[in-house]
Design a protein around this ligand. Structure first.
Ligand SMILES: [Zn+2]
Ligand SMILES: [Zn+2]
Length: 279
């Protein structure tokens, strides 16, 4: 059983209402040993959509307080999810935040592409699905080329949540399922995976894809196989749970998927350093 959830949210995130202690109590109830809280900070998030701001000081204090309060029951880790963009000024601000707080783990995720959020229809206006996905993957590559102070790349292909692919419930039970044709994007995806490997960064396996009925983690089977093939070893695992019932979501299935794609361990982070945990 996977006993570590390294991507979770609390009410410090703009899109989450669950109090931190409710998440922690659920994690304890689930029998998790390692629990990393990674609330959102998206500097430069387009104002017309809303806010993904985070009051970093109080957030850090609160997680550290919880870490101490629950230390006999569960290991709590101070994480954060940075919404990366390929902008020098923004990268510099993330860099300062990363250096000035005692984070255990920094997740780098890309939520906006040229000041548009693919969650909203205006991103897709005048684009085919293929074009929208390529632009997203290109933005990931540009962002991680510019910004290096993170540990794992979050939900690599989560954009498929917002494309028009109907979830096929008949296939959701299958493990070796992909939501898009890897070959169509192999050039840019290989560049991203090679970059992560060169920089000793982890690739996150985000289990929210199962929750969304997509039948796969983000990323799924073929990307995980490819990362392994290229020499990738560092896999971090997270549910991206915004509610207690979504923590450790489908971790059993994820365990089997990782074994099927050639992995025998995943990583957790303490003080920005990884250690392997056997599957
Ligand atoms: Zn995210
Ligand atoms: Zn998240």
């Amino acid at each position: 059983m996977i006993k570590s959830d390294f991507h979770t949210h609390t009410s410090f995130s703009g899109d989450c209402e669950t109090p931190m202690e409710d998440q922690i109590n659920k994690a304890i109830e689930l029998g998790l040993e390692h629990f990393c809280i990674t609330d959102h900070l998206d500097l430069d998030y387009p104002e017309r959509y809303g806010y993904f701001d985070l009051d970093v000081g109080p957030y850090v204090d609160r997680v550290l307080e919880m870490k101490d309060r629950y230390k006999d029951k569960i290991n709590i880790y101070l994480g954060i999810e940075f919404g990366l963009v390929p902008e020098e000024g923004v990268s510099k601000r993330y860099e300062d935040l990363a250096n000035n707080h005692p984070f255990d783990f920094i997740l780098g995720s890309i939520h906006t592409i040229n000041w548009k959020d693919p969650y909203f229809p205006d991103y897709w206006e005048g684009k085919t699905r293929h074009e929208g996905m390529v632009e997203y993957f290109d933005t990931i590559l540009a962002s991680i080329r510019m910004y290096n102070n993170y540990d794992s790349l979050g939900h690599l292909d989560y954009i498929i949540r917002y494309t028009d692919i109907p979830a096929d419930p008949g296939r959701n039970k299958e493990l070796l399922f992909d939501n898009f044709e890897y070959k169509e994007y192999s050039e840019v995806l290989d560049e991203i995976l090679r970059h992560l490997i060169r920089k000793d960064k982890a690739l996150e396996v985000n289990t929210a894809g199962y929750k969304y009925g997509l039948g796969s983690t983000h990323p799924g089977y073929s990307v995980l196989k490819r990362y392994k093939e290229l020499g990738g070893k560092l896999i971090s695992i997270g549910s991206d749970g915004h509610k207690p019932e979504h923590l450790a979501y489908d971790f059993d299935k994820t365990h089997d998927l990782l074994l099927a794609t050639g992995y025998d361990a995943y990583v957790i982070y303490k003080n920005r350093d990884y250690e392997f945990v056997k599957l």
